[in-house]
Design a protein around this ligand. Structure first.
Ligand SMILES: O=P(O)(O)OC[C@H]1O[C@H](OP(=O)(O)OP(=O)(O)O)[C@H](O)[C@@H]1O
Ligand SMILES: Nc1ncnc2[nH]cnc12
Length: 183
């Protein structure tokens, strides 16, 4: 559990916009751009996530392209930790490790620079949304294949109507899943 206050949660929730049928019919898209445009809400979110990174003993923060970057980069700076990007396939110039996965509305492959993580690292993965859990699960696989330990996964929101938590549970191997909002 996080120490996020009810008022912080209410503020964050009030800045998430529901967009029905985007990007496909039947998907309820949770749009964080109103939250990002509100400096008070954005600071509350990054402060909360940074505190979780410190509490769980992370040595680096991994952000998941693309929305995860927007959150994870300021969190890493706030927590005094390095930032490591997990990118969609084909975007990183160095030697990469790759992992394919399924999304709520498609399939994708993500990659990491293997040299960005070491055996001494404990990694906190940060993203905006946990939906089916495919992206986060694939990132945990990459982190372990790169030789690092998983400190946890922290997301702004979990889509409670999808089985992301159950899917991720095995991949977490006991590491914490921190969810600020269940929507
Ligand atoms: O739990 P999952 O079903 O894997 O879905 C969650 C992921 O989906 C979204 O990213 P998306 O791939 O749409 O890319 P974006 O951040 O570039 O918009 C979101 O930002 C998460 O990374
Ligand atoms: N419903 C949704 N809203 C926002 N981001 C998502 N990523 C996967 N599913 C999503």
């Amino acid at each position: 559990m996080t120490s996020t206050t009810d008022s912080t949660r209410a503020l964050l929730l009030s800045r998430i916009r529901d967009v029905p049928d985007y990007p496909k019919q039947g998907v309820l898209f949770k749009d964080i751009t109103p939250l990002l445009a509100d400096p008070t809400a954005f600071a509350a979110l990054t402060d909360t996530l940074a505190e979780l990174c410190v509490r769980h003993g992370a040595t680096k923060v991994v952000g998941l392209e693309a929305r995860g970057f927007i959150l994870a980069a300021p969190v890493a700076v706030r927590a005094g930790l390095g930032f490591v990007p997990v990118r969609k396939a084909g975007k990183l110039p160095g030697a990469t490790l790759g992992q394919a996965y399924d999304l709520e509305y498609g399939t994708a492959e993500i990659e990491i620079h293997a040299e960005d993580l070491s055996g001494d690292d404990r990694i906190m993965v940060i993203d905006d949304v946990l939906a089916t859990g495919g992206t986060a699960e694939a990132s945990l696989e990459l982190i372990r294949r790169a030789g690092a330990e998983v400190a946890g996964v922290a997301v702004l929101m979990e889509l409670g109507f999808l089985p992301g938590r159950a899917r991720l549970e095995q991949g977490l191997r006991g590491a914490p899943l921190e969810v600020l909002l269940t929507v």
